[in-house]
Structure formats: C-alpha cells, structure tokens
Design a protein around this ligand. Structure first.
Ligand code: SAH
Ligand code: SF4
Length: 373
C-alpha cells in the first residue's frame, strides 16, 4: 500500500525514516520539502540522495485532497471544495486582509452535534478527516497562493507602475493564520486535528505561532482540557447563549457539558493557552438571543473569565429557521458588552457572493449517522 506522507507529523516522519533505514535528519528535510516548498514529487527533492528519492517514489506519495472547484469572491476571499470520496466534499476558505491572511479549515465531513443554526450540522455526520485531509487544506492554499504570487510578479514586471494595484500586500500570498472554523467539530476528531496542529506549528513545516492558530469548539469539555496539555493553541468557544435553557436548544451538546462545566474549563485553559483570554463566539439570531437583557445576562455569566467577544451575524442558508439580528440590535448588544469592559467585535462577513461565510460551508455530506428526527 502506498503511504501518504501528508499524514505524518514530525514524530511520525522520523519513525518512518527509521523504518526505511534512513537517519532522523531526513525527516526534517522531507518536512521542509513537503510543507515549506509544497513539493509533491520526490524527484524534485534535490538534496536527497537519488537512491532515497527512488525508494520514496516506490513506496510513498504526497497526496492532498483533490480540489473540485475554486470560487473567488469580489473581496478576494477564495473558497475551495475538496473531494473526500464517496460523493462527499468539504470546503476551506482563504480570507486575505491587510496585514494577515486567514485560512478557515474543516475537520470533519459534516458534524454530529446538530447546532440548530448551522448548515453543516443540518447535514449530519459522515466521517472524520485524516491528518492529510486537514493539513492538505493548508498545503493546497499555500501552493495556490505561491502560484498566484508568481503570476502577479511577472505581470508586475510588465507594468511596474501598477505595482500597488497588482501586488496589494505580501501577506495575501501566504497563510499567516489558521482558524479551525470550517466544517465539523475539531475536538471531536482530536488525534488527527492535534497532529495537523503540530505540523502548523513546526518550524520545519509551517512555523505558525500558537497565537495564530485557533481551534473553535462548541464546548467538548474533556477535549478542551486535553488540548491544553497536548497542543495549547488559541481557543474560541461557541457560546451563543447566556443561559442553559437557550443554549440547550441552540447548541445541543450543552445538555452534556452545561455552562457550569464549560466555563470553568475555559478558565483552566488560560493557564496553558498562548493567550490571556478566551474568545467567545456569539451568533446574532433575531429575537432569539440578541436582546439587551440577554447581553446583560451574558456579562454576568462571564464575569470571572478574561475573554473577548466575537459577535457573528447569522448567515442564512436554504431552509434555515432563523433570521439575522439587525445592525442596530447588534450595535446595542455590543454596547452593553463594551460598557462592561468586554472587548467585542462584530465579525465582518466575507465572501458573501460565494457563500463562504461562517456556517454557510455546505460541502456535500452524505449522512452516515442514523438520525432519529
Ligand atoms: N464546530 C466548531 C467549529 C466550526 S463552526 C464550533 O461550533 O465552534 C465555526 C463557527 O461558525 C462557530 O462559532 C459556529 O457557531 C458558527 N456558525 C455556524 N453556523 C453559522 C451560521 N449559519 N451563521 C453564522 N455563524 C455560524
Ligand atoms: Fe458542528 Fe460547529 Fe456546526 Fe455546531 S456549529 S453543528 S459544532 S460545525
């Protein structure tokens, strides 16, 4: 069977090199070729001995998921749909900004947690993504962006005066931040996600700082604790409600890990996490969780936790049951939080014209779970 080296983090790759009779430093060289240079052909890895290149070509591959389609938004956001076999697909989204560029990565085909406002959750769960399928999204994005950059620089030579227009910012050609906010619940695919995170942080691979890599979770408490020990990166928690009665409805996993269990886990995470605050995501649903009194209740709820709020306007999708709060209501809600000294931002909706916004990633999921409803 051919081995896909994209499935290996540094430790696995060192083990693999040992198994094929190679010294550990080869693992470092391989990591750099695969993840820094985006090389998928062993024959192109010029500092490896010819015999080794041949050996690798015979037994291994570097195989990211196959990209079926790419959509580019008027605001520069790009969305890729990747084939995950058996008719399934997941999406990842690249969001360029002035000083950073963020890739939103998926971790599962579908999601079993069935949050009532989420398009992925509505589709049911099919399977976990492998390490290669998770890190392959970042591998692919950097590769495509590097090609785009080459094209842009050759155009730049042609018309040097248009440099600003063509070449807006260096950061637009490389992923500088990763958020695990695509399809799926990352902490429900713990081992594969952690191996992919290790690669994101590894200096021989992507070398991102822990602060620039964010895991977003709906609140799987035991896994939050495990993450703090295994791979503490920035943590975002999808709160969405100021009390258990409402959160039970919006985020059903709350019945298993209610707020009195979730919030202490957030506090514990701060001891090992790279930031001195937790980001709470809060979706703005008209008439459901967006009143001034609910904002006040929220302030009381989080009073013991250093945190910031990210208010996410609800993005609708076909057959969704909710509406987004009006800008005025969102502003009032945010004002209550700000008056209580809680830093709160309203997430800008990007890639609207290509359905690339939060919670709109539909991919294609053939549900394998037996569902009761
Ligand atoms: N499963 C993880 C990460 C993926 S979802 C989680 O739930 O945190 C990433 C974020 O998008 C979460 O905060 C989620 O609540 C939010 N989201 C889901 N559906 C949405 C929608 N329709 N509009 C806006 N945000 C949505
Ligand atoms: Fe799953 Fe997150 Fe969607 Fe909830 S919001 S169904 S946890 S992907």
């Amino acid at each position: 069977m051919t081995i896909n080296l994209l499935n290996f983090d540094a430790k696995d790759l060192t083990g693999f090199c040992g198994e094929i009779g190679e010294r550990p430093f080869r693992a470092k060289q391989l990591l750099r070729w695969i993840h820094q240079s985006g090389e998928d052909n062993f024959h192109g890895m010029s500092n490896l001995a010819k015999v080794l290149r041949e050996k690798l070509s015979a037994i291994a591959v570097v195989k990211p998921p196959h990209v079926i389609s790419e959509h580019i938004s008027a605001d520069g956001t790009r969305k890729w749909l990747m084939n995950m076999g058996s008719g399934n697909g997941v999406e990842s989204v690249f969001i360029p900004e002035t000083h950073r560029s963020t890739l939103c990565v998926s971790s599962q085909v579908g999601c079993a947690l069935e949050c009532s406002f989420c398009s992925t959750g509505k589709q049911g769960f099919n399977r976990n993504l492998s390490v290669a399928e998770i890190i392959g999204q970042l591998w692919w994005a950097n590769k495509v962006l590097a090609t785009t950059k080459k094209k842009a620089s050759s155009r730049m030579n042609e018309s040097i005066n248009k440099v600003e227009q063509i070449f807006p910012s260096e950061s637009n050609y490389k992923v500088s931040n990763v958020v695990m906010m695509g399809m799926g619940e990352p902490l429900a695919n713990f081992e594969n996600v952690v191996s992919a995170l290790d690669l994101m942080l590894d200096d021989n691979a992507y070398g991102l700082s822990r602060r620039r890599v964010t895991v977003s979770t709906s609140g799987l408490v035991p896994a939050i604790d495990r993450l703090s020990k295994r791979c503490p990166v920035s943590l975002a928690v999808s709160l969405h409600a100021p009390n258990d009665v409402l959160r039970d409805k919006l985020v059903p996993i709350n019945k298993k890990y209610p707020l009195k269990v979730l919030l202490p886990a957030c506090r514990r995470y701060l001891k090992d996490g790279p930031r001195n605050f937790i980001t709470f995501e809060y979706i703005m649903l008209a008439g459901i969780n967006d009143s001034v009194s609910q904002a006040r209740e929220l302030v009381k709820l989080v009073k013991d936790i250093p945190c910031k709020f990210n208010l996410i306007p609800f993005n609708s999708f076909p057959n969704s049951d909710y509406k987004c709060s009006s800008p005025e209501v969102i502003r009032q809600f945010r004002d209550v939080l700000m008056q209580a000294d809680l830093v709160s931002t309203v997430r800008k909706t990007r890639g609207d014209d290509i359905d690339a916004a939060c919670g709109q990633l539909a991919g294609r999921v053939f549900d394998r779970t037996r569902r009761t409803n």
